[in-house]
Ligand binder design. Sequence first.
Ligand code: SF4
Length: 307
Amino acid sequence: MLRLTTDCNSGCHHCTVADVPADQTRAPREALAELVQARKQGSDELVFMRGEPTLRPDLPALAKAARKVGYRLIQIQTNGRRLCYAPYLDKLLAAGVDYFEVSLFGATAATNDAVSVEQGAFEQTLAGLRLLAERGVQSGGRVGTLVTFAVLRANLHELTAAAELVAELGLSRLQYNFTRPVRVDGAWRREVLARLDEAGPPLRAAMARARELGLWVSTEAVPLCQLDPADRGAAEQARDFAEVRVVDFHQRHESFAQHHRVARPLGPRCPECAVVDRCPTTWRAYQELFGTDELRPLAEPDADVPS
Ligand code: SF4
């Protein structure tokens, strides 16, 4: 996972890039050197992380170079706005980008654009997602798309509508991300955050609806005790991070597994929980801000949870 830039064309207040120290952008030559070095060390999947990598004019060239040195999967994390321009999207595809993780902040223009502080963002992202759905079909499934929906106080009422929107667009993968609190200039941006207990009921309803629609639905940083048993198997697990190498501006992790528990520690009662070994819990910063009373140990492991 390689961060190219902290720049973005949206201005979301909850943005988890906001607390990456300093506005930074990686020189093209350095980006190339990082991806070549990681490939030599065995990485064969590359993710260009947020900020907004599509603002980088050298993104297609970097993707092409990554293919050339042998990456078998190239993914970008994006707000999807620039993907509404078909020639640009096709240029990325031709360069070898084959997976798109597209952030959505609402299921309506009013909610999405209020969060992203950019009028018209929703229509652009939607147009990008429509094109991605088309290209996915045209490529026989080689081009993949995951819609990540940031769970925030402002959009809890649209979680189910988001699942319906993703299905309507002809896409099949949706992840609800419980947003990490960020602190900027010493102040936590608390006002944008949902509490787990208020997010839990609409989230469970949305995931049930998503399953009903045939979507592959998952979560990030949502404790298993906040999910229905049927959805607990799709939550991310600590082992998913063991082979992730992160190259950020202010830190590097050769394996993210250890950092994962630092970023999302167990609550004081978690050790007595039946699913503690596979629970992602939630952000350390959230636990420090709001306490751990919303993490409630489960008495029984779930039967038939897919691994
Ligand atoms: S009590 Fe802790 S370990 Fe158990 S499901 Fe909740 S957050 Fe996870």
